[in-house]
Design a protein around this ligand. Structure first.
Ligand code: B16
Ligand code: MG
Length: 213
């Protein structure tokens, strides 16, 4: 039986994935190349640093920048991203999110958040949902990015729940892989095309709520 539920943030609870995409696209254009929505799938759930590596490779510029310049590029991208984030409000919480979390809690299931984002605390403050979680693990607390299972195992540990008794809600292929490597039940939130490794796929948490009712 399930004792813990772990949520991804970007793309599951709030649609920041589109802001990440806009900011990365702007960076690619600044560097002189195109960056498509399909390219962007490879960045979902992946750390900022690794995202930049993937992006530079797509533009054929993987050998062009020093470490210091790469830090600068990441800062530029993050500042663009933050311009969107500071405007987030409670209305940006995706439909079905609160209902899903509250339903789980009513059943005595502990609820955690596991996100690769280093901006997570800011986002949670904007959305006013920090208190909904019994445990939070963000990008500042992990050393290995998804698809490594570290983030989910750490969250289960904080929740004091056996990883095998956890269910994960994820929108990224890398996150589904991480959840499966952690021995958890993985719910893909999005499309079957990209999330085929998940145990089940729902199009959104709103759809899940509708199906459960
Ligand atoms: P930041 P998640 C991930 O969040 C995003 O999916 C990914 O696209 C992003 O690069 C990563 O966070 C790092 O975010 O630049 O804010 O530190 O999906 O794991 O909640
Ligand atoms: Mg995500």
């Amino acid at each position: 039986s399930i004792e813990g539920a772990i949520f991804d943030l970007d793309g599951v609870i709030v649609d920041t994935a589109k802001y990440h995409y806009s900011a990365w696209k702007k960076l690619a254009n600044m560097l002189g190349f195109e960056f498509t929505e399909k390219d962007n799938e490879k960045l979902k759930g992946v750390s900022r640093k690794e995202s930049l590596e993937i992006l530079l490779k797509i533009g054929g510029k993987e050998n062009e920048f020093s470490r210091a310049q790469r830090e600068e590029l990441m800062d530029i991208k993050n500042n663009w991203y933050l311009e969107y984030i500071v405007k987030l409000t409670e209305d940006d919480i995706l439909p079905g999110t609160k209902e899903t979390i509250l339903t789980l809690k009513e059943q005595g299931i502990k609820v955690g958040l596991a996100t690769a984002s280093k901006n997570a605390m800011l986002i949670l403050e904007r959305l006013k949902i920090k208190d909904l979680f019994d445990a939070i693990v963000d990008g500042t607390q992990i050393s290995r990015a998804k698809p490594d299972p570290e983030i989910f195992l750490k969250c289960a540990q904080k929740l004091e729940v056996d990883p095998k008794k956890c269910i994960v809600f994820e929108d990224a292929a890398a996150g589904i892989k991480a959840a499966k490597l952690a021995g958890m039940f993985a719910v893909g939130v999005g499309s079957l095309d990209t999330l085929s490794e998940a145990d089940i796929v729902v199009s959104s948490l709103a759809q899940l709520v509708k199906e459960l009712n």
